[in-house]
Write a new protein. Structure first.
Length: 506
């Protein structure tokens, strides 16, 4: 199709879920060959619209035109045959299969006898992963990959379809800055081939680096479509939230108390790997009322460190973990929880949510004993606990009895945070907690973390976004290939210094 002409026309699209209007009379046009960014707060309707365009959702009002002709996809295969593919925000991979098998799922390569040609699929998958400049073994099961690597497999899967229209829903949410830079180079190459890209992101720096035009959604409605050259981040943020988002400044006057957590010579074996150790010789302390940041590139050991502290590491760690001066060896997360440690996991979908339960059940999962009367769970008391928590954290839901999967990604994250805050932890571990969370919700989470800190909670937080750590943290530790290679106070921390430490080799 000729560049600059409409390739997709969205006309008066409305999508209703029980108790919620996710999209309300949305109309706008996508031009051939452009990178069109779709932005808005969590719950604005971005992902719902993309699921309609990619055939995931078929029941909606209004109509779509593709290359001038009306279409109504009956599934993702229909959309793929029409030249549209999607990279989902919530990863859509089969964990038991290899990276290669996931990349070619539904379009497997076969031998002349009709058997699966695993060697060819692994070879072609390796080439796709090389285009992303990453080193993932195509034969490795997806379940063994970290979230960031899984995200790269999802991206490679979409690239392998040689699609004409590519929808990217928060593609960098689990990637570090260097990995995101690689993806941007791939996007530039796709655009040079004339691929039309619909790009959803909460990261406005990405939007203004990549987009030709920007459409803003708010509360299920289209607010405005603007050319990138004719707007700025401040205006777009205001259109997204309907108000000004003030610069979040937290922690300037915080005063840390006594040491609550000590880690001494912590090491985590890596059986069968040439390096031998996922973590090696880690030493640090955490004080009450302090936010300690953990920085590092993918594979540095950030998540592994959190798992060691929470009793969920793949192998038992070596070294000492002391909580309030008492040494613990957690064999199970339940032991860590009972001791006063809580973990917000990096992988919300796989490790954080109970997808078949309600919002209420997800929030009260770890504190049901608070709702017990005469040996039985009181549904009324459990519901009151969940409602109070939802109000405190600003969780947007039609009803706490709704399925947790009806919530936006940011509100799902708030529900998980609420679950763990109800356990009244002494130490809160937060592994990339704002992944997939919009600018307004991020500001709310930052203020919540600051408030919890001032109430005496010790917080350890990892993030793939250095500006986030610089905003939040009193101190920042830097990991590289499992070793501690830097420690910076708030005053000494800079992006340059942290990246320099993150690329050392111990």
């Amino acid at each position: 199709m000729t560049p600059g002409h409409p390739i997709i026309e969205i006309e008066h699209v409305t999508k209703r879920f029980p108790g919620v209007v996710a999209l309300n009379d949305v109309s706008f046009t996508i031009l051939a060959g452009e990178l069109h960014a779709i932005v808005g707060e969590n719950g604005a309707g971005k992902s719902t619209l993309m699921k309609i365009l990619s055939g995931v959702l078929q029941d909606y009002e209004g109509r779509l035109l593709l290359r001038g002709a009306p279409v109504h996809f009956q599934g993702t295969r229909d959309a793929e045959l029409a030249g549209i593919s999607i990279i989902h925000q919530e990863l859509n991979l089969v964990e038991q299969l290899s990276a290669a098998a996931n990349i070619f799922l539904g379009r497997e390569r076969r031998t002349r006898l009709g058997l699966l040609n695993d060697r060819l699929m692994e070879q072609e998958a390796g080439q796709l992963l090389e285009r992303l400049e990453c080193q993932i073994d195509p034969s490795r099961p997806v379940s063994e990959l970290r979230v960031g690597d899984q995200q790269l497999v999802e991206i490679a899967k979409a690239l392998g379809m040689e699609t004409e229209i590519l929808i990217m829903d928060e593609p960098t949410s689990a990637l570090t800055e260097s990995e995101a830079a690689r993806l941007f180079r791939v996007i530039d190459r796709l655009r040079s081939r004339g691929v039309t890209i619909l790009y959803i992101s909460h990261k406005l720096d990405e939007v203004f680096r990549l987009a030709d035009r920007i459409t803003v959604l708010r509360d299920g409605r289209r607010v405005k479509t603007l050319a990138r050259s004719e707007t700025d981040a401040r205006e777009v943020t205001h259109l997204m939230v309907g108000r000004e988002i003030e610069a979040v400044r937290v922690g300037a006057a915080r005063h840390a108390g006594e040491v609550v957590l000590e880690v001494r010579d912590l090491s985590l074996p890596w059986t069968g790997h040439a390096r031998g150790w996922r973590l090696r010789g880690i030493n640090f302390s955490l004080r009450r009322g302090e936010i300690l940041g953990i920085a590092g590139l993918m594979g540095a050991g950030r998540t592994e460190l959190m798992e060691c502290l929470f009793g969920s590491s793949p192998e038992p760690p070596q070294g000492r973990i002391l909580l309030e001066g008492r040494e613990f060896r957690f064999a199970h997360p339940a032991e860590a929880r009972n001791a006063g440690i809580a973990l917000i996991t990096e992988d919300r979908k796989r490790l954080g949510l109970f997808a078949h339960m309600t919002v209420c059940e997800n929030i009260t999962m770890c504190t049901l004993k608070e709702a017990v009367t005469a040996g039985l769970v009181s549904g009324r008391r459990e519901r009151r606990i969940a409602v109070d928590c939802a109000k405190q954290l600003g969780i947007k839901t039609a009803n706490v009895d709704s399925a947790v999967t009806t919530l936006s990604g940011g509100n799902q994250q708030k529900a998980i945070i609420g679950r763990w805050l109800l356990t009244k932890p002494k130490v809160l571990l937060m592994d990339d907690p704002t992944r997939g969370v919009d600018v307004g919700a991020k500001a709310e989470l930052y203020r919540l973390m600051d408030q919890l800190c001032r109430e005496g909670l010790g917080i350890i937080v990892t993030s793939s976004e250095l500006p986030e750590l610089l905003t939040l943290c009193d101190r920042i530790l830097v990991l590289c290939e499992g070793r501690l290679t830097g420690e910076f106070s708030r005053q000494a921390a800079t992006e340059h210094a942290i990246m320099e430490a993150a690329t050392l080799r111990g």
